[in-house]
Design a protein around this ligand. Structure first.
Ligand SMILES: *[C@@H]1O[C@H](CO)[C@@H](O)[C@H](O)[C@H]1NC(C)=O
Ligand SMILES: *[C@@H]1O[C@H](CO)[C@@H](O)[C@H](O)[C@H]1NC(C)=O
Ligand SMILES: *[C@@H]1O[C@H](CO)[C@@H](O)[C@H](O)[C@H]1NC(C)=O
Length: 230
């Protein structure tokens, strides 16, 4: 245990954030949460995710452009309902979602991308993801050789509307499966001088992991390493 003092400190820090986050979910109080199931029909009523209890709703009204698609049916049982549909953007170089946020509040923003051969072409796409004017990440499923990936960033919006944009980097067509934002309750965690924090890696230390002891005070024994972005 002595070998991991930083790990423990981080764990304590992160658990405070995560347990308040989870309590919110348990209480079905998702105040300020936006959980979009991109590409789901405009008339589909909001529904609760099976494992999370989070309420997902259609992205209609948050984006003015794009077309809707469905991943191949064989993948549906493996992935949750939020991933069955997606929105893709064949037209225009840059297409954006606009989300209403509270200025000065720190948000966890997560975007997930599942290709699932929705277009029958079997070609994993590559495109850029922007947060407002700033490049957030290059999404390159082709380089990853996988159907899906996700990105997270902790960010404090500078105005009351936040744009998440998908930008072409060639002929490949950008797509998105889910877009989620969560205001963070504790404003004393993840404070930085240097800007937003992009997700780097999350570690789960379970009782089964052997090398690191389970901490009863930290039920979701997890560590989140962040790297500064912007
Ligand atoms: C966002 O806020 C504007 C006004 O500030 C409002 O007109 C619009 O309906 C809001 N959008 C959503 C999706 O709530
Ligand atoms: C991606 O999904 C397609 C469609 O289900 C499948 O054929 C392919 O094997 C998947 N790719 C990987 C790397 O799992
Ligand atoms: C956190 O919130 C408290 C109470 O609202 C405020 O006094 C403090 O300045 C905030 N800290 C930061 C770093 O925003």
């Amino acid at each position: 245990m002595e070998k991991h003092p930083h790990a423990l400190r981080l764990c304590a820090l992160i658990c405070i954030t995560f347990s308040s986050f989870l309590h919110l979910v348990e209480a079905q109080d998702q105040k300020g949460f936006i959980s979009l199931d991109c590409g789901s029909p405009p008339n589909e009523p909001p529904y609760n995710g099976v494992h999370t209890g989070l309420t997902y709703s259609t992205d209609d009204g948050f984006v003015q452009t794009g077309k809707t698609g469905k991943i191949q049916r064989e993948l549906e049982p493996v992935l949750g309902k939020p991933f069955w549909t997606l929105r893709y953007f064949p037209d225009g170089n840059r297409n954006c979602y606009t989300l209403n946020v509270t200025q000065g509040t720190t948000y966890l923003i997560r975007a997930r991308f599942v290709y699932g051969n929705y277009d029958g072409l079997n070609e994993y796409p590559s495109f850029d993801l922007y947060l407002g004017p700033n490049l957030w990440e290059n999404i390159d499923l082709s380089a990853l050789g996988t159907n899906g990936t996700f990105e997270e960033i902790i960010h404090k919006p500078v105005s009351k509307s936040l744009q998440v944009c998908l930008v072409k980097r060639g002929t490949s067509i950008p797509l998105i499966s889910t877009l989620e934002i969560r205001p963070l309750q504790n404003n004393n965690t993840y404070n930085t001088q240097s800007g937003s924090l992009r997700y780097s890696r999350r570690r789960y230390f379970s009782t089964a992991s052997g090398s690191v002891r389970y901490q009863p005070s930290c039920p979701f024994d997890s560590i989140k390493f962040m790297v500064t972005k912007f």
